[in-house]
Write a protein that binds this ligand. Structure first.
Ligand code: GDP
Length: 364
């Protein structure tokens, strides 16, 4: 599954948002592969197609796909030097697929700001610098090790060295690794470093609860400008309001959103933006026992998609029976889709599409 790490300065609304996430949280029994940890919240990805499939197939159980959020609290100035949670924090964040950076864009004189004033761009820089410094440390260490290995004459070290020589000066200037303009191949050569500033970023601009239906405030506008320059995404959210929304379910929630004049909760927006940011798609499995949604990277092959369910299914992959969501809904069941001729047999090179309903055949 996808894992997002929540970072931000103290007092910007991280815990409030994280509490909303765990409150809205999924039943973890359905997601045995997710880590059980008080700092991890699992949320279900809302998907109307899954509701519709459930209606048509009427399975015993429906399981949405989920996203994990990791609360990486305690990132303060000096974290990379081991102050605050320091290295434990950095270890946690190295495992995530994307970073959700919460920035304070709400004005409230009752809530102190650790830096004395509300200024999201400065806040972003403080956090980013800590991440850059941590990356600089690992990149420099790696460069020293690689330097020594150069005398083996092996090509790989020469190639790695070239990338590190590009990367280290960028980090030394205080800039994130993603601004070094590395090619996909170059990124692969330093993948083992798990660089924090190479991870995609989603800014969660925490606005006041009375601002959600209004035009972006000046602070949010600044964050959007910054994000546009670095291919990052911005989602406005009111952490306080999310905490209220998270307590409601189904119909109650929809009524409340309607009352507020918004289509979806901030959390749902965040999930959708994360999906887009990471280039993720959803495919389904649909049997009488269980209808279920699964997350894969865009471009995943059928065996890779099967591997999300179980590694054995990837290893022993034979073929996949695939029908599009629309065709399955129209047919009413897998068997009827087969009769209607909309069910296809696909092999190991098939690229799974968003909305595919799959049945995998595999050797055990
Ligand atoms: P953290 O240190 O980043 O985890 O921040 P918290 O979630 O603990 O929030 C710090 C304070 O800001 C708390 O008193 C929250 O109630 C308050 N807060 C969080 N989000 C909002 C918001 O959207 N509006 C207002 N007015 N206060 C908020």
């Amino acid at each position: 599954g996808m894992k997002c790490g929540i970072v931000g300065l103290p007092n910007v609304g991280k815990s409030t948002l994280f509490n909303a996430i765990t409150e809205a949280g999924a039943e973890s029994a359905n997601y045995p592969f997710c880590t059980i940890d008080p700092n991890i919240g699992i949320v279900e990805v809302p998907d109307r197609r899954l509701d519709k499939l459930t209606e048509v197939i009427d399975p015993k159980k429906t399981v949405p796909t989920a996203i994990e959020f990791v609360d990486i609290a305690g990132l303060v100035k000096g974290a990379s030097k081991g102050e605050g949670l320091g290295n434990k924090f950095l270890g946690n964040i190295r495992e995530v697929d994307a970073i959700v950076h919460v920035v304070r864009c709400f004005d409230d004189e009752n809530i102190t700001h650790v830096e004395g004033s509300v200024d999201p761009l400065r806040d972003i820089e403080i956090i980013e610098l800590e991440l850059v410094l941590a990356d600089l440390e690992s990149a420099t260490k790696k460069r020293d090790r690689t330097q020594k290995m150069l005398k083996t004459g092996e090509k790989i070290y020469k190639e790695q060295m070239a990338v590190l020589d590009k990367l280290v000066p960028v980090l030394e200037e205080g800039n994130p690794a993603r601004s070094a303009g590395l090619s996909k191949d170059e990124e692969k050569l330093v993948r083992d470093l798990n660089l924090l500033t190479l991870k995609p970023v989603l800014y969660a601009a925490n606005i006041g609860e009375d601002e959600i239906t209004e035009e972006d405030n000046q602070l949010v506008k600044k964050v959007r400008e910054k994000a546009a320059g670095e291919d990052a995404k911005v989602v406005t959210i009111s952490a306080r309001l999310e905490a209220e929304i998270a307590e409601l379910d189904g119909e109650e929630k929809e009524m409340f959103l309607e009352e507020l004049g918004i289509k979806e909760s901030g959390l749902d927006k965040l999930i959708r933006a994360g999906y887009e940011l990471l280039g993720l798609i959803t495919y389904f499995t649909a049997g009488e026992k269980e209808v279920r949604a699964w997350t894969v990277k865009k471009g995943a092959t059928a065996p890779e998609a099967a591997g999300v369910i179980h590694t054995d299914m990837q290893r022993g992959f034979i073929k996949a029976e695939v029908v599009s969501y629309e065709d399955l809904i129209e047919a009413g069941s897998f068997a009827k889709a087969r009769e209607a001729g909309t069910l296809r047999l696909e092999g190991k090179d098939y690229i799974v599409e968003d909305g595919d309903v799959c049945y995998f055949k595999f050797n055990v």
